[in-house]
Structures are given as C-alpha cells and as structure tokens.
Design a protein around this ligand. Structure first.
Ligand code: ZN
Length: 597
C-alpha cells in the first residue's frame, strides 16, 4: 500500500474495448464548504487549449457510502456538496487519442498523461498525492507492464502495476504512463539509468537505438554539466504509420514516430527516417533543461485553466531546435556535411514563408496559442515559426558570440550561465531576463542583434555570420517541388523554372492547392488554398510542375479548378521561381563550430 497522503488516486483501464479508464480521487479532508475539482484545459509543452474535460463521460461523488451532490461550475470544474469525512470522486475518461498530448486505451496498449485523467483537488495542488495503477482484468492482459518515470512506492516487480507517488499535482501530471506489452532496452548515461520503451508493431534494432540515444544523452548532460537533473529517465515511443511528435517531461518523454524510422536490424547507416527520429529524441531530451527546469516566469506556476503567454518561446523551442541536430554531430552520430544539409533545409523553409516579413519571433512566441498551434492554409503568408526561425536566431547568436569573442565564447556558455542561475534560485525567467543574462555572460553588445532577430521582421544576418565560419550561403531558385536546398560543391546557377507559387497535395479529382503563397502566380490569378485544380489548358491535372515544364516566360495557361463544388476558370501566367532555396558551400577548414570546436 502507498503511504497515507491527502489525495489518493486510482486508475483502472476498465474497458479497453470501449477505450475507458476509470479514475477515483479520494480526498481525506475535503474543503469545508464543498471540495472543488478541476481538469487542466491544456498540457504544458503544447500551447493550445485542448479542453481535456470533454472526454469525461460520467462522474459521481460519494462519502460514507452515500452519494454526494456534484455541481458543475465551469467547463472543467466541479464542486461536491460539503461532507464530513473522506470524499470519493469517481469518473470515466474516454481515451482514444493517439497523440503524445492525451490518453489512449485499446486491447493492445494504454497511455495517459495525468492532465487527461487526474482531476486536481483544489487547495491540495501543492500536497503529495498517491496513485494506484491497475492492470486491465482478464487473461488477455496477463503480460501487460507499466513504464513511467513516476516515483514508485509499492509496485509489482515484474509488471510495474501498483502504487506510485508524486510530491504535488504539478509533478503528478508530468510523468506520462505507458502500459501494454512493449519492448524495453536499458542503458546508463553518465551513470544515470535510462529506459527506452517501444510499443506498437515494428521490427527494429533497439540495441542500436539505445547505443545511439546514450551518446546524445551523454553529450547533453556534459554540455550542462554533471550531474543530470534527474535520477532516472524514460523514453516512451509508440510507432505507427504517418505519425510524428514528442512531448517533453521532467524525467521522461512521450514520442510517436513511423515504425520504419526505427533502425532496421543489421543496418549500419543513418537513414533519413532514423535521422528524424534521433533529432526528435535529442530535442525532447534537451528540454529536460530548457523549459522543464529553466522556463519563463509566465510558466511558474503554469495556469492550467487558461493560456500562459510569453514572448520567450523562441528561446525554449528555437534554441532546443538548434541544439537537437547539433547534438547528433557532436555525439558522433552524423557528419558535419549531413548537419549542414539539415541546416540548409531549415533556412529554405524559413525563407519561403512571407509570414517572416509580417510577424516577429516575439510575436510568434506570444501568439503561439492562436496562430502557430492553429494553422490554416494562409499560415505561411502570415506567421513565422518560433521553432525554425528560432533555431536560426540561435545559430546566428552562437556565430555572433564566437566571432565577436574571437572564438573564446559561444552560445554554450550562455546556456550554462542560465543553468547555473536556475540551479541557484530555481526561478522562472522574466521576459527581458534571457537577453540580460546573455549580455552579462558574454560581455558583448548583443542588444542590436536581439532587436533585429526578435523584435523586427528583417532577415537574420546569416550570410555574413556563416561566412565568418567558412560556410558560403546562396539562395537559388528551386529546381522542382522536392528541392529544399542542401550542401553543394559549387553554386550551379541554373535558370529558374516557372512556378505557380503553391504547395500541393494529390487529390482524387486532380491536384489540391494546400497553400497559395504570397506574390506567386496562382495568388495573382485568384486561386486559393483549398482549390482543387482539375485541368490545365483542358488536360487533366496530375502534376503541375511537369505540366508547366515546357512553357516559356510570359506564356499564359487556363487552370480549371473546383472551389467547394463550383467550377472556376483562371488565367494564369506562371512566374520564374523565386530565389528562396538555400545552398551551402563548405570552404576547406570551415564549419568548425558544428563540432563544437
Ligand atoms: Zn520542443
């Protein structure tokens, strides 16, 4: 049994076939005027109001064996009538969300975040709580096990079902739980036990996955300085088809990826899919320092009922995105040229969005809740990503510090200074504090850079900064839809093909315009995101690039497209592709910063 604490939870996967968890909360000393319970409206790390309470399908309260009246106060808050003695709340939660942000249960596995299943007892958020996690009943589930970084108190050694404890509600909801017949590999990084749990159907080399992950972990632990800020760490990966994502937690991370991204048994190379998976692993692990511990003051504590707005997301997501791929080079998993290829693609991605000329990084951070997390067909024209442009701002800052300190300092020193501050005071960063600490640490005049990079829509000075590292950058016209830029031995200077300025997707009826980019030929002719092009000059549309390939500059074509169910005709004059595709050329002896030299 777990020790007596003021709030005790139990969680049972009562009906895997109906995707239902049953939860109970016992409050030993409920509030005198009626205990209030609430469920978070969002989950930290994913900045969107998600209304998890919509998945609660029934709820009842009891005390002394008798029912107690419950009144709903708000979308996610309930109050029980005043009672003497312990109060028990029981409810069911529908769990069929495969993402890392929610809860999932079927006959094959279960997964949950506390934000989906554990109602908080108001007034007790800072008190310890206990959780009893049960296995589903029945022979079919005899081999199910539990994986979680939640501290165990009294669990079955073989399966992990049983009692766990958290020191507060904030801690309780920061340890997701996986259950099922997963596979597990263990390793130590800088002496700290790590587990890598993989669920879903797959054939993959988990031994190699563990060896490679260990290298990433050890690089990051040493970057910030030993000891690691946790006693053990759990990676929870579910693999399926066409899925990708991760969410960071204080001692674990939940990941979803494509099963084919796992390293194939016997393979030695790093496939593009595996590279993406390693980047995701590296990204979420870096968050153990950058956002799970060091974080904006606006998140200390998190207000789980409404948006927590901060202008600093560029620092917590952008810098994490900068280091995620760098860590792969610095831990020896990929070479510098491969890294530069990834960097070129990121630069291209940012350059292609006209939104970068309308929204600053600070605005992008602040408006994440309504814009970045709620994207639509117009997003490339209206917003810039605090992930991708944020990572380029981190790169520019790193190179600027290296150049102006004559190689004596780097962004690593700023990160370590921020970490020392957190270790000393544990406080969140005020909105202007990140910049102040960077300026203090380096002694450099960085204010003009921050004004430009964070508070203006001017392009970052990447050309000159990369040049200072022996890397030449040139923007050229894309040679087709799949050209996202890359590393070259020489700039080709090929002529620009004609384009419509659209992003497309296959559609049963023709070619769907997913996005229509600012300034492009399609927008000038009146086409919109969502239109389905069915014919090009009366011929069936199947591949717009190919169908434009034989046109000369100045030629006009007729596009026939459905907008909703209405057929429309557009006169379009395709334009030369803009020079928005990043090519990087590494000079002999250049790019030393990539390996951290
Ligand atoms: Zn992140």
């Amino acid at each position: 049994m777990t020790q007596p604490v003021p709030v005790q939870y139990t969680l049972r996967p009562v009906s895997p076939e109906a995707h239902l968890f049953e939860a109970t909360v016992i409050v030993t000393h409920p509030a005198k005027d009626g205990q209030v319970f609430f469920l978070p409206a969002w989950i930290p790390g994913s900045y969107m109001i998600r209304e998890f309470s919509k998945h609660i399908v029934e709820m009842e309260a009891r005390a002394g064996g008798k029912p107690v009246a419950l009144r709903q106060l708000e979308k996610n808050r309930w109050q029980a009538a005043p009672v003497k003695g312990a109060l028990t709340l029981r409810y069911l939660v529908y769990a069929f969300d495969l993402s890392v942000r929610g809860a999932y249960l079927d006959g094959e596995r279960g997964f949950f975040n506390g934000t989906s299943v554990f109602l908080a007892a108001e007034g007790y958020e800072n008190e310890p709580c206990a959780v009893e996690i049960h296995a589903p009943e029945g022979k079919a589930y005899a081999d199910w096990k539990v994986a979680t970084s939640l501290p165990a108190v009294d669990i079955k050694k073989k399966s992990g079902f049983g009692g766990y404890q958290a020191s507060s509600y904030d801690e309780l909801i920061d340890h997701p739980v996986e259950m099922g017949e997963f596979q597990k590999v263990s390793f130590k990084a800088c002496g700290v036990p790590h587990e890598f749990v993989v669920s879903g159907h797959f054939q993959g080399d988990l031994k190699r996955l563990a060896e490679d992950t260990k290298k990433i972990c050890e690089y990051q632990i040493k970057l910030f300085g030993e000891p690691a800020p946790f006693e053990r760490y759990v990676f929870m990966l579910f693999v399926g088809k066409d899925i990708y994502g991760g969410l960071e937690h204080r001692a674990s991370t939940a990941l979803v990826a494509n099963r084919d991204d796992l390293p194939a048994p016997g393979a030695a190379e790093v496939s593009d899919g595996y590279l993406k998976l390693l980047g995701l692993i590296s990204h979420e692990y870096f968050h153990s320092w950058n956002v799970k511990r060091m974080k904006p003051a606006a998140f200390t504590p998190y207000d789980l009922n409404r948006e927590g707005m901060t202008r600093l997301l560029w620092a917590f997501e952008g810098i994490t995105s900068y280091y995620d791929d760098l860590a792969l080079v610095r831990s020896g998993l990929i070479c510098e040229k491969r890294y530069l290829g990834l960097l070129a693609e990121t630069i291209t991605g940012v350059q292609r969005g006209a939104g970068r000329m309308k929204q600053t990084l600070e605005q992008s951070s602040f408006e994440a809740w309504t814009k970045y997390y709620r994207q639509d067909e117009n997003s490339p024209n209206s917003i810039v990503s605090y992930y991708t442009k944020g990572s380029l701002a981190a790169l520019a800052l790193d190179l600027l510090i290296r150049r102006d300190s004559k190689g004596k300092q780097s962004l690593d020193d700023v990160m370590r200074a921020l970490w020392s501050k957190w270790l000393a005071d544990g406080k969140g960063l005020e909105e202007d504090e990140w910049e102040k600490i960077a300026i203090e640490t380096t002694g450099l005049k960085l204010k003009p850079f921050f004004d430009l990079a964070l508070r203006s829509t001017q392009d970052l000075p990447l050309l000159e900064l990369l040049k200072s590292q022996g890397v030449e950058l040139k923007f050229e016209a894309a040679q087709g839809a799949s050209d996202r830029g890359g590393v070259v031995d020489a700039f080709a200077g090929k002529p620009a093909p004609l384009t419509l300025g659209v992003k497309t997707a296959a559609d049963a009826a023709g070619v769907k315009l997913v996005q229509v980019l600012d300034g492009g030929a399609a927008q000038q002719a009146g086409l919109s995101g969502g239109d389905v092009v069915v014919a090009v000059d009366k011929l069936r549309a199947y591949d717009l690039d190919k169908q434009l390939a034989r046109l000369a500059a100045g030629d006009k074509i007729k596009l026939h497209a459905f907008r909703r169910d209405e057929l429309m005709t557009f006169d379009v004059a395709p334009l030369a592709a803009p020079e928005d595709t990043c090519r990087l050329k590494l000079e002999a002896g250049g790019g030393k910063w990539i390996a951290g030299r």
